[in-house]
Write a protein that binds this ligand. Structure first.
Ligand SMILES: [Cu+2]
Length: 67
C-alpha cells in the first residue's frame, strides 16, 4: 500500500536524496519516491507511519502528516 506524506523544508535535489536515504535506512524494504515540488513523499511497504516520521525528522525536515 502506497502512503503519501507531506514533508516541509526540502529545497533541492540534495534534500530529496537525504529524505529518500533516511527513509530507506529506517525501512530497507520500502520503496520511496520524493517529489520536491509540493514536498510529497510516497512510500510503499511501510506499516508504521511513525517510522517515516522519525526518519524525516531525524534528517532535519518537517513531517507534516499523511495526505
Ligand atoms: Cu537541499
Amino acid at each position: 500500500m502506497i502512503k503519501t506524506f507531506i514533508v516541509k523544508g526540502m529545497s533541492c535535489g540534495g534534500c530529496v536524496g537525504s529524505v529518500e536515504q533516511a527513509i530507506k535506512a529506517a525501512a530497507p524494504a520500502a520503496s520511496v519516491e520524493v517529489f520536491l515540488d509540493g514536498g510529497l513523499v510516497k512510500v510503499d511497504g511501510v506499516e508504521d507511519d511513525f517510522v517515516v516520521q522519525k526518519a524525516v525528522e531525524d534528517a532535519g525536515f518537517t513531517f507534516e502528516g499523511k495526505v
